[in-house]
Design a protein around this ligand. Structure first.
Ligand code: FES
Length: 104
C-alpha cells in the first residue's frame, strides 16, 4: 500500500528567457502548487495515508504544460487557474474520479 493515498507533483520548473522549450513556472505553476497545498491542508487531507502535494522539476511534458501528475494512478493534468485545481482536488483527490476534461 502507498504511503500516501494520492501523491501529487506539480512541475514548477523555470527556464531562462529565450529557452527553446516552455516552462510551467511561466504559467503560474508555483501559485497553483501553493493553492493546492493550502486547500488540501484546509480540508484535513494532508499527511500519511492521505494526500501530499509536492513541487517537482521538469517532468518533460513542457509543451503540454503547466502540468501536474497524480500517483499512484499516474494521471496527468494541465490546468489554467485555481478553479481547475479545485476541480482536480474535489473530483479526483476527494471523489476518486479523474477530471477527464483536464487530462493530458
Ligand atoms: S517545464 Fe514543466 S514539464 Fe517541463
Amino acid at each position: 500500500m502507498s504511503y500516501y493515498r494520492h501523491h501529487v507533483f506539480f512541475c514548477t520548473n523555470q527556464r531562462e528567457p529565450g529557452a527553446d522549450r516552455p516552462s510551467c513556472a511561466s504559467c503560474g505553476a508555483a501559485d497553483a502548487q501553493a493553492h493546492a497545498k493550502k486547500r488540501i491542508k484546509a480540508l484535513g487531507l494532508a499527511g500519511a495515508g492521505e494526500v501530499r502535494v509536492n513541487k517537482a522539476g521538469c517532468l518533460d511534458r513542457c509543451e503540454e504544460g503547466p502540468v501536474l501528475v497524480v500517483y499512484p494512478e499516474g494521471v496527468w493534468y494541465t490546468y489554467v487557474d485555481n478553479s481547475d485545481i479545485d476541480e482536480i482536488i474535489d473530483q479526483h483527490l476527494v471523489g476518486g474520479e479523474p477530471v477527464e476534461r483536464l487530462r493530458i
